[in-house]
Design a protein around this ligand. Sequence first.
Ligand SMILES: [Zn+2]
Length: 448
Amino acid sequence: MKIAFSSIFLMVSILLGAQTDQNIYDIINAISEERLKKDVQTLVDFGTRHTLSDTISNTRGIGAARRWIKSEFETISKGCDNCLEVFYQKDLVKKGENQRIVKDVMVVNVVAIQRGTKYPNRFIIMSGDIDSRVTDPNDFTSDAPGANDNATGMAGALEAARVLSQYKFENSIIYVGLSGEEQGLFGGQGLAQYAQDNNWDIIGVLNNDMIGNISGVDGVVDNRTFRIFSEPITTAETDPETLASQARARRFYGGEVDGTSRQLARYVFKTTQTYMPEMNPMLVYRLDRFGRGGHHRPFNDAGFAGIRIMEAHENYTKQHQDIRTENGINYGDTFEHVNFPYCKKLTTVNAITMASLASAPPSPTEVSIGGIVEASAKLKWSKVEEAKGYKIYWRDTTSPTWDHSRYVENITEFTLDGIVIDNAFFGVAAISEDGHESVVVFPNKILR
Ligand SMILES: [Zn+2]
């Protein structure tokens, strides 16, 4: 089955006058709980996927695991006229790089690119992790099933590839299994560097890490809430002078909570509310869990938008634990604790977000705002060649989400009558012919 994504949507939207896209509902229905379950089981069966584990065996260790993931992507590609470019992206990390690298190791990521029809060099990326660990981060031989952390994210990326590869999109999609996460985010660093070296234009990275636990250590059981972690602003502002001037601009014009990763997080939130209203997406205004890390961070460090999608209620007796029973508690990240209906829902959140973003035009590169000591805010933005129109968004300064909008066509500036610049935050998104929206851009210039 091959469907030209946009033309079908156009037909449906004309017929029904709908604002939603039937293809997105079809994608929701196509994500398979059974396949996710099977893939997590396969990954668990490699015994350990520790980054420093065996690479020779075909049944145990990270080598076997990554070869299986690569062959799985290749099988998916055969089902879509070879629509995926599948390859290993790897970097040698030397012994002593940090305390968790106790020997030289090749950190190998498995990458699958579904090339966009119009923008082959623009990418929306979904990542999961290949590697796993037990209590001692340097124990690379003990059984480390890593069922939830993070076979669920890896299985999610494979399943999203199976479903989305049946469609064509204007932007490219990358599905990737990263390695070296538990040893210090090495796989993400490697791929972020590779992206910079190859001038990838990255729309955003959806990093999935633990998307299958619904029973919290606090006793809460919840199969609808999930967290979207995003850093407030980009931290890739290393030059002290630029840093100072950007901080000064934020002080007077705002933007403390409106970095590019935050806009991506809002996009996931909105897409979920539109198409999966039964879910409770939860925006968390921080890079990651308190003091802890994940594989979106190296992308943020390189200046790319990236967020973490994960369960809302963690169970620490299952994470990074030797498999054992202690005081009646079963420790260990084993298969039977993964909730697959939930893992399916979070995989679906990724798939529909990527389908929407991969169908959207680029965001305007420049957005200016004015209206100081005037009754109305003015916005002006750079023209996006391929856009049919634009959506001007605004929200109360205390609101986390873009609550108000105004659609316009054929213009690149607009005055929002009676909306006072002081009392809201503003942004602009580009809209395609068939209604798909880009990520919102917060003003990056002042209109004088
Ligand atoms: Zn972990």
